[in-house]
Design a protein around this ligand. Sequence first.
Ligand SMILES: *Cc1c(COP(=O)(O)O)cnc(C)c1O
Length: 469
Amino acid sequence: MNNMYRNIPKVDLIIEALCDESLDVFSHREKSDAARDVLDEIRGEIKNLDLNNQDDIVDIEKKLSLEFIVGMAKNRLTKSMEKSLKKVINATGVVLHTNLGRANLSKRAIEAVEKIAGEYSTLEYDESIGERGSRHAHTEELITKITGAEASIVVNNNAAATMIVLAAMARGGEVIVSRGELVEIGGSFRIPDIMKESGAVLKEIGTTNKTKPGDYEDAINENTKAILKVHTSNYKVVGFTQEASLPELKEIAVENDLPLIYDMGSGLLRDLRKYGIGEPCVEDAINEGADLVLFSGDKLLGGAQAGIIIGKKEYVDRLKKHPLARALRVDKMTIAAICETFRAYLNEDTVNDEIPVLKMLTSDIDDLFERARKLEDLIISKSQIINTDIIKTKNKVGGGSAPDTELDGYAVVINIEDMTPDDIEMALRAGEIPIVARITNNQLLLDVRTIRDEDIDYIANRIKEIAMS
Ligand SMILES: *Cc1c(COP(=O)(O)O)cnc(C)c1O
């Protein structure tokens, strides 16, 4: 055993061997750390060696060669470069896939981020007067123009928007919410919890399935600070149900001099009903009298993660001055992305093409079939042990939006000889660009609605690779 320890190559020799050009990006420190880590690992193995096991002894002796150890150190170095946050291909058909990062930015939004990220900017500077400006000004002008609201502020996400609105408008007082709208969005975002954190007191009214305008009226007292309506974005209560509409609530709010707050969740800007998506529209919410409307930047709007708050100037000014505004503010990259996302909405004719989320949601069914055909052709032209089929599927909007909406779609079914759907699914995830597929009725499906044209070749090649291995 002592002999083995003595045969371990010296660390300097390993570092020297790591000095080839392809490893120039790594510092001397990183190389020496990698070398020492590998040597520690091998010493550990020697220590735990069973001297009666001849196979293990032969195995370790092989590992003591300089070449082997350098190889291990190289692997360690390149592994350390591998990014944890990386591109995946979404073949699930779920457009706003929460685990896969929700909305993809549009080209123009990406370009805007790129232009601003590495430069000084007018983030809080008004170049026309040479003085300090407001970071809210950049988004506010566009957002008010497009939504018709008086004022706007953008914060970190919609959860943050809810938090700051409740804290600024209702701390120490009561906020009335229907029992049918006490939403959990996922993880720890629950309306009652957010309410508690904000310092406002939740006043629950009505029942799970029915809340009438009169229930709101009955609950109002001298401690009431606001009425909150929450869009039940990720579930639907069906059957014997009733909820108070915004116009009904507006009447009550005006009569009692209370602000009406509406947490919309998704923030659909343009009517998508003709594409089968019946989510409420931001503009309607403002027109119907909500004083503050809150929605996400990266759900149906199709932009960056953000919480967009629009409404009465008086209230938005209060939010801008609140200490949480600083804690929840967005950076220049988000502002750039949100501005360009909204700007795309100025052109009704091109917006559905420019915003990837809208493009995917409004895809023509014939185009989806064509994409499935193209993918299938590329796959079967490459191998005989792969068997494919095209089937009709139902696609989801995702991201906790439009839970009862199912869009017609197409998927390519992949069968590979001697592989189960689970085997294929796992192999697809293990490639350089992970492909996230889904298994339905024990079939592996590549749903094409969320697959981008530029990724089709990669997917076809990857499937061929998997079949051949
Ligand atoms: C999604 C959602 C939120 C949370 O928005 P994030 O941007 O994910 O923080 C809050 N309220 C409703 C109704 C939602 O649908």
